[in-house]
Design a protein around this ligand. Structure first.
Ligand SMILES: [Zn+2]
Length: 133
């Protein structure tokens, strides 16, 4: 189910740490090499911190050297949405959770095969869930 989740600003502030709120609700970016997942190699799924939506899989994660967790494809196109972002004097494509509209990061056209895409995400927007068994 990809039913939209909407919460008031006050609810998000209560549910998230100030750092998580800054990134996911205000479109902030964590400092590179600061997050818990940029060099993390566990096998499993990365879910949206805000709503638990399945977003990315460890099989599509790669070491981009940027200091942010990077993936070449989402679990499905339906789990994310993209939007044009012209902030900070750059034209970029913002990546958001389709279910709760949390800001996740940006996608760039310089990733590895097979997609050639690099989804550059914030650890603060994600929650890793390891594979069972
Ligand atoms: Zn979400």
């Amino acid at each position: 189910m990809s039913k939209k989740i909407t919460r008031s600003d006050a609810e998000w502030r209560r549910l998230l740490t100030p750092e998580q709120y800054e990134v996911t609700r205000l479109g902030g970016t964590e400092p590179p090499f600061s997050g818990q997942y940029y060099a993390f190699k566990g096998r499993g799924k990365y879910r949206c911190l805000g709503c638990g939506n399945d977003l990315f899989r460890s099989e599509t994660k790669f070491d981009s050297g940027t200091g942010w967790p990077s993936f070449w494809a989402p679990i499905s196109e339906g789990s994310i949405e993209t939007a044009r972002d012209t902030g900070q004097g750059m034209v970029r494509t913002e990546v958001k959770c389709r279910r709760c509209s949390a800001h996740l990061g940006h996608v760039f056209p310089d990733g590895p095969p097979p997609t050639g895409l690099r989804y550059c995400l914030n650890s603060l927007a994600l929650k890793f869930v390891g594979e069972e068994g």
